[in-house]
Each structure stands twice: as structure tokens, then as C-alpha cells.
Write a protein that binds this ligand. Structure first.
Ligand code: NAD
Length: 484
């Protein structure tokens, strides 16, 4: 085993957890690399106690002072970038290039947190003669962050830098499938000078998540994962009167018009469906071809055939996930769909026990097939065909999800029409993975997000703080009734 059994990280210390553990495998070659403990409600409580001791002093500091830690943390991330890239690649199965992009995006999120003093200032206005109203932001208190397997470093950074810089103490419950880098993040924050108790890592599964939702000492919860679990967490934590933002799954539609730029469209769609082996909530899942787009599909298939597992395509998180993805492909085939590129039974020489699915493109798909409606979360693209843009938009609108949608065209007017009529929170125009860069915020619509606001950008300031409104009058001679 390359890494020791993981500890929780609470109050600045590694805490050995008694009880059940899960094996952690590297999807690259199926080797056992660590074991992760399954924490109980008691372990969550221990972290809440540590956080509650640490938070008053932290919250009393100025935002300008608090972000100094994150300036140092940013440098530490850069210094340890190579190590983090290796860790992400090992535990998640990404290519090194993809893991590097993940770490770089995390650094960008830290930079946004460093800029908070510039953008989180309160407001002031003279509302009556001699009377002023002003607002001040206060941290929410003790907050938790529950994350999925697909971005073990970046998704915690959607929440942690802003939440902690704004004066909160955080408990991170990482995915039990990719738990290792969370402990490294904690160590690096400590090296940057973050006082103990302000960032705690508690490993586990459903039991730990339920304990977070139920603990009366936790004030706010951010969740990122599947829609099924997002609904559970949103309902349970908000019924316990917590502030909750829960991001769910996705089924992103790419609408391709016949006038789309051939080379750019084929490359972009291929990259969108295969990047991170399709395990991205922003990945292309359905391509809706409007009219004659055969020339684009031909080139897309050629590009997809050049994306090779173990070379420029990473692995799938688990053996069960490979079976699920291949099951979808086989079912579509049995229902009459045509497999243009078939990634089933992929093998990588020297990594025969790794988990891989090659790029797969399925044509002749009908809107009622499961591959057209359910999240597959693998490098699989299904193609639906329509004769009009409105029909294509109707297909997109029918999806329960609404994370991203994209249009490929050279017509500005048609691109605008798609942006106006698609039911998704993030729109790409000739961009297959329309992730907004900071300071633009990240978040979907419909069943891709429960709660108010986005998880990054200015929305995160609202989510991680509470607003105080102060109305004052200091000149008794100004006989002003404040309402006047
Ligand atoms: P998941 O929902 O299985 O797990 C997410 C977290 O929830 C993990 O920490 C896990 O331990 C916990 N969990 C799992 N089952 C639970 C249960 N029954 N009760 C309470 N907690 C539970 O998701 P995953 O497979 O790790 O990640 C993939 C999913 O995440 C995909 O659906 C993907 O679209 C989604 N995702 C969404 C976004 C977004 O921004 N919308 C970003 C990344 C990933």
C-alpha cells in the first residue's frame, strides 16, 4: 500500500479513527493505495467542538488579516503542485495534464479568495438627514463541505478558501473514493499558518454525511455530488434549519448546427466528452445535430478514435462504474442505436487491472432511451438528430438537469437564441466545457442545483456570510425621525 491508512485531521492533529475502513484503489492500475476510515457521528462532533473553539478568534480578525494566510497558501500550492498532480492522478485516475488543470483551477479559486477584501466591502448610505444605514458581513459560523470523487482538489476549493477567509471554520467530508489529497490540503493550510480547528477533515460515507446534516452545531452545508444524494442532503440539512447549497448531477446537451466550424467543433466536442474520462459535471453527454451534420460527426469520430485509454484518456473511478457505463452502451445497442465508436472492453498494456472505457459515440438514439436522459458519467456521447433548432431546444429543455448547454454555430443570432432558450445555468458558444473562470460564478439550474445562488464567485460571499444592517443617528439637533 503506497499510503498509510488515513487519519481524520481535527484541531490541527491527525486523529486515528476506530472502526470500519474502506480500501482505496488507484483506478489507473487497480492497486490498493490506502484505506479510509468511516467516521461516526462522534467523530463529526469532535470536529465541531474543535471548530467552535477556534472560530470566535478567527471571526474577530479582519478579512484583510485572514486572507494573508491564503496568499501564503497559494504559494505553498504552487510549490507542491507536482506532488498534488501525482496524488490526484493516482487516486482519481486522471491524466497528469488533467490533474494539473485541476490544481491550477484550485489556485485560481484561492486567488479569488485573496481578492475578497476588494469586493466584500459593505455598503453605506445616508437614508434620512443625519441618519445613515450601513451593512456589515459576519461569518455564518461552523460550516461543512461534502465533495464528490471527480475533482478531489478543485471541488473542496470551490468552498474552502472563501468560506474560511470570510471567517468560518470548516469541516470537509471528502469522497471516500478519493480521500487522500484532502489530508494534504489540510497540511498545506497548516503550513500557511491557518490556526488549528479552522479546517478539519472527517472521512467517511453516508453515516458521516447524515451526522453533518443533523449536527445542531453546524450552520451551513455545501454539497457537490449526484442529484440523488444532493436531494437527500438538501432536504435533511435544511429541515434541520441549516443554510444549504447542493449541486447535483448533469446531462449536458451540445447543439450542433450545420454551419458550425468543422475542425473546431469536432475537436471541442471530442474533448468535452472524453476529458476526465467523461467524469465531469460539465462534460458533453448528448449532441443534438440539427439538419445535416454528418461531416462533423465523421470528423468527431476520427478525433475520438485518436483518444486512447492510458495514453491521452484517463481511467474510470471504479470497476462498478465501468460496468455501469458499459451497461448503458449495450442497452442502447440492443434498443437499436448504432455504435459509431465503441470503447467497451478497453485494456491498457501494463495496467490490465485498471478501470478503463474508451471513447464511445452512439448514433440513432431516440429521446426516450436511457442513454439520452440519464447521467452516464463516462466518455460516452449520444447523438440525437432533429430538423429544427426549436426541436433541439425542446429536447434540451425536457432534461431534468440544467448544468450546462452549448451551441456550435457561426451565427451570432442563433447562438444568442440558444442562450435565451436553453434551460441551463452555464452556456457555451463554440465551447464544449463552458466552465466560467473566476470571478464568474459556477452553478446550474433545475435538478443540477438545490438552494439559492452559485457555489463560487460573488454568490459565495452571500452564502458564507450573514448581513448586519446598522442604522445610526448621532446628531440630536437634527430632529429627524429616521423614517422621514
Ligand atoms: P455521490 O453523490 O455518490 O457522492 C458525493 C458525496 O456524497 C460523497 O462525499 C459521498 O460520500 C456522499 N454520499 C454518497 N451517498 C450518500 C448517501 N446515500 N447519503 C449521504 N451521503 C452520501 O457523487 P460521486 O459519484 O462522488 O460524484 C459524481 C457525481 O457528482 C455526478 O453526478 C456529477 O455530475 C456530480 N458532480 C456535480 C458537480 C456540479 O457542479 N453540479 C460537480 C462535480 C460532480
Amino acid at each position: 500500500m503506497k499510503y498509510a491508512v488515513l487519519d481524520n485531521y481535527v484541531n490541527g492533529e491527525n486523529i486515528n479513527v476506530q472502526g470500519k475502513q474502506l480500501d482505496v484503489y488507484s483506478p489507473l492500475d487497480g492497486s490498493l493505495i490506502s484505506k479510509v476510515p468511516l467516521s461516526s457521528a462522534k467523530d463529526i462532533d469532535l470536529a465541531v467542538q474543535a471548530a467552535s473553539k477556534a472560530v470566535p478568534q478567527w471571526a474577530a480578525m479582519t478579512l484583510k488579516e485572514r486572507v494573508q494566510i491564503f496568499f501564503r497558501y497559494r504559494q505553498i500550492l504552487e510549490k507542491n503542485c507536482d506532488e498534488l498532480v501525482s496524488l490526484v492522478s493516482e487516486e482519481n485516475g486522471k491524466t497528469r495534464g488533467e490533474a494539473l488543470a485541476e490544481v491550477e483551477k484550485s489556485i485560481e479559486l484561492v486567488e479569488f479568495a485573496c481578492s475578497l477584501p476588494q469586493i466584500a466591502a459593505g455598503e453605506i448610505e445616508i437614508v434620512s438627514p443625519g441618519v445613515e444605514c450601513r451593512t456589515e458581513r459576519f461569518p455564518v459560523g461552523i460550516v461543512a463541505c461534502i465533495t464528490p470523487f471527480n475533482f478531489p482538489v478543485m471541488v473542496p476549493h470551490w468552498s474552502m478558501p472563501c468560506a474560511v477567509a470570510l471567517g468560518n471554520a470548516m469541516i470537509l467530508k471528502p469522497s471516500e473514493q478519493t480521500p487522500i489529497s484532502a489530508n494534504r490540503i489540510a497540511e498545506m493550510l497548516a503550513e500557511a499558518g491557518l490556526p488549528k480547528g479552522l479546517f478539519n477533515v472527517v472521512h467517511g460515507d453516508t453515516v458521516a454525511v447524515e451526522a453533518i446534516c443533523d449536527h445542531p452545531g453546524i450552520d451551513a452545508v455545501s454539497f457537490v455530488g449526484s442529484t440523488r444524494v444532493a436531494k437527500i442532503v438538501y432536504k435533511r440539512a435544511s429541515s434541520n434549519l441549516k443554510r444549504v447549497l447542493a449541486l447535483g448531477g448533469a446531462k449536458n446537451h451540445l447543439i450542433v448546427l450545420p454551419d458550425a466550424h468543422l475542425e473546431m467543433t469536432a475537436s471541442d466536442v471530442a474533448a468535452s466528452m472524453t476529458g476526465c474520462a467523461g467524469q465531469r459535471c460539465m462534460a458533453a453527454s448528448v449532441m443534438v445535430g440539427v439538419g445535416d451534420v454528418d461531416h462533423i460527426i465523421d470528423l468527431l469520430c476520427e478525433k475520438a478514435r485518436g483518444i486512447i485509454p492510458g495514453v491521452n484518456l484517463g481511467s474510470i473511478i471504479s470497476r462498478q462504474a465501468v460496468e455501469r457505463i458499459e451497461g448503458y452502451i449495450t442497452q442502447a445497442e440492443e434498443q437499436g442505436a448504432k455504435i459509431l465508436v465503441d470503447g467497451r472492453a478497453a485494456k491498457v498494456e501494463g495496467c490490465e487491472d485498471g478501470y478503463y472505457v474508451g471513447p464511445t459515440i452512439i448514433d440513432n438514439v431516440t429521446p426516450d432511451m436511457k442513454v439520452a436522459t440519464e447521467e452516464i458519467f463516462g466518455p460516452v456521447l449520444t447523438i440525437l438528430r432533429t430538423n429544427s433548432l426549436d426541436e433541439a431546444l425542446a429536447i434540451e429543455n425536457r432534461s431534468n438537469y440544467g448544468n450546462a448547454a452549448a451551441v456550435f454555430t457561426q451565427s451570432g443570432g442563433l447562438a444568442r437564441y440558444v442562450a435565451d432558450n436553453a434551460s441551463a445555468g452555464m452556456i457555451g458558444v463554440n465551447i464544449g466545457v463552458p466552465v466560467p473562470r473566476e470571478p464568474f460564478s459556477f452553478g446550474g439550474w433545475n435538478e443540477s442545483r438545490f438552494g439559492v445562488g452559485d457555489i463560487t464567485g460573488k454568490s459565495s460571499i452571500e452564502f458564507w456570510t450573514k448581513l448586519q444592517k446598522i442604522t445610526s443617528k448621532w446628531n440630536p439637533e437634527a430632529k429627524t425621525n429616521w423614517m422621514s
